[in-house]
Design a binder for this molecule. Structure first.
Ligand code: ZN
Length: 192
């Protein structure tokens, strides 16, 4: 896997793709499309090239709390690795800190870090949970993701309204039923 993104090379590949699907790459609307798509893919796959330390930027704070911390409704946009079509939805993260808590916006950045690459929802969910656990040394972590997949909506079974839910629970969220139940209960509450 190359670490650097070669935008002009990607643009040329997109131009060839346009030809193969039967398009006229010289028509007005498509003239700058290869460059635009290349630029767009650079962003959508930026997770491959992002640096987690830079992203967290020391936003780890000492905390005496051992209450459950929950961040609900983090927006998720990713690309399915089977069709390279988007899947999108919401992610809820909860953890019980031991000594360290993360700045709230950093949870969203961790989601983006793993979402901006080719993914399957199950792995994305597990990677976010594992990273929050490793960064904070939490007693337990729970992540639930609810997404719609365009590869299911636009093609294949063409089910427009199905939502896929995945979860990953670690530590006390895995071992302790009341903790897991509290988390599931808290993320199920209607948005204020
Ligand atoms: Zn797919």
């Amino acid at each position: 896997m190359s670490k650097d993104y070669n935008r002009s090379r990607v643009a040329e590949l997109i131009r060839q793709l346009l030809v193969e699907i039967g398009e006229d790459t010289d028509r007005e609307g498509l003239q700058r499309t290869p460059e635009r798509v290349a630029k767009s893919f650079e962003y959508l796959t930026s997770g491959y090239r992002a640096d987690m330390d830079t992203l967290i930027n020391n936003a780890l704070f000492e905390a005496a709390t051992n209450n459950m911390i929950i961040c609900r409704d983090i927006e998720v946009y990713s690309l399915c690795e089977h069709h390279m079509l988007p899947f999108y939805g919401r992610c809820h993260i909860g953890y019980i800190a031991r000594k360290k808590v993360l700045g709230l916006s950093k949870l969203a950045r961790i989601v983006d870090y793993y979402a901006r690459r080719l993914q399957i929802q199950e792995r994305l969910t597990a990677q976010v949970a594992r990273r929050v656990m490793d960064l904070t040394g939490a007693e337990g972590v729970g992540v639930v993701m609810e997404c719609k997949h365009l590869c299911m909506m636009m093609r294949g079974v063409e089910k427009q309204n199905s939502i896929m839910t995945t979860s990953s629970v670690l530590g006390s969220f895995h071992n302790d039923d009341p903790t897991r139940a509290e988390f599931m209960n808290l993320i199920a509450k209607p948005t204020p």
